[in-house]
Design a protein around this ligand. Sequence first.
Ligand SMILES: [Zn+2]
Length: 511
Amino acid sequence: MRSSLFTVLFCTISFAGICQEPAKEELYPCGAPAGVSDFMEKYQKNPWLYAQPESGDTLWVAVQVHLLAKDSGAGRIPWDRLLAAFCRLNQDFAESRIQFYMKEPWNLLNNTGWHTHSTIPQGIDMMMTNNAEGALNAYFVSDPAGNCGYNLPYGGVAVAHGCAGPDDHTWAHEIGHALNLPHPFIGWEGKTYNYNNPTPQVLAYDYTYFHDTLDTQVPAPLDTALVEFVSGANCTVAADRICDTKPDYLSYRWNCNPATQMSSVKQKDPSDVDFYSDGTLFMSYADDACQNRFSAEQISVMRATLANEKADWVTPVMLQQPVTALPAQVEPVMGQSQPVTGARLIWKSVPNATHYVVQASRIPSFGYKELDIVTADTFAVCGSLTANKTYYWRVKPFNYRHACQPFTAAETFFTNPSSRTGEPDADGWRCFPSVISDESVITLETPPSWAGNGIRICVFDMAGKPLFSGETDCREKMQIEISGLPAWPGGTYQLIAVSESGVKRQTLVKQ
Ligand SMILES: [Zn+2]
């Protein structure tokens, strides 16, 4: 931890510009390299040479999530959004009997250049620097090189915040790649299909994008692909080599027809047979609304990958039981009064939950949150709130295998009107802000009666472990720069200032 004490004469307040994250519509669907992997090519020719798990066995696959923020610690994916995406991921893979569990702890990384990276090599650097062994590595970033997501062979998957949520299938799509599934439209990358042109039998496509950067690690890429026929005549050697994914020549994000779940764009194969693309396949570029399945052969490829090439990702047994209950909120409830600083929220544990997301907000929709933390405890302490206001708070239980429980209904409390945040106490003591980020400057105003004394300032975590301590001459106003406070687990700290004239304390909450 790096900390320092210093005084300042002037206070400059700057407002960071509101930074919009790229929305799904602004991003290209996928930046994964085109082609058929070495494993896929060999497996497809001789599947009987490879172990296949028993059909009824569920494969439990370890995922290490890496959650990127900017250097300042801002801009990380909200905890509840990550959990909603994780819930969706396991729902998307339920039919395949492949289920994912998150390794503990989540890896919280602060790096502006990785949080928004404009090139894939920057993502390679991110993954090679941070990948965990024995797990599929998944990186959640604001902008993965202009894509909703990508998979790096032998690296990991990157997913954009804007493409990760309860109704998004980008995470499933990229993991499909990580388990050796190609797109169904190999050869059409970068090309716009035109019905008015004759459909060729063979397409050349550019595989060099990744080949230059991962020269020794990418399986021998193809540079031509056969175009798949509707009849299935060449399905074992054309496009993705998978026969139960029918022809699809659409290599851009397309909207499916909700009535048919097929493309509205009509295509024709090289023998002039008309067809529409299947929008239900996760590996297609159909919009998320239609995607709902992997095909049976795709599932066989993924399960064979896990039984052979990626066996070190698989755990034989389910490690955690599902969370099926919601916690009872003990207090405060029904508008009970709470202090402006240090309001304490308490709930009861529920079976199988190892962690809870806790949120407090002045807005019933929780559109803006004064508190948004993950804790393994059954209580949370708020920082400074606004006096004389109604606050809403709620809890979402989860464990690293199961994150599909919703939040509790919101309970309410009312902040004490007798004190107002931001005003010095009766002695003239004030410490602000109480809600801090990774690198925060905290301002202390000391009581006039402390003048001439030395002052000792300590920051403790909730277990009472000192994280920072320093001494200086007491001044009327001073600032402390605090950085590197561990964000996980728990984000609540106590700042204690001691002089010969007294002791003052302030609860700090790290967002
Ligand atoms: Zn893809």
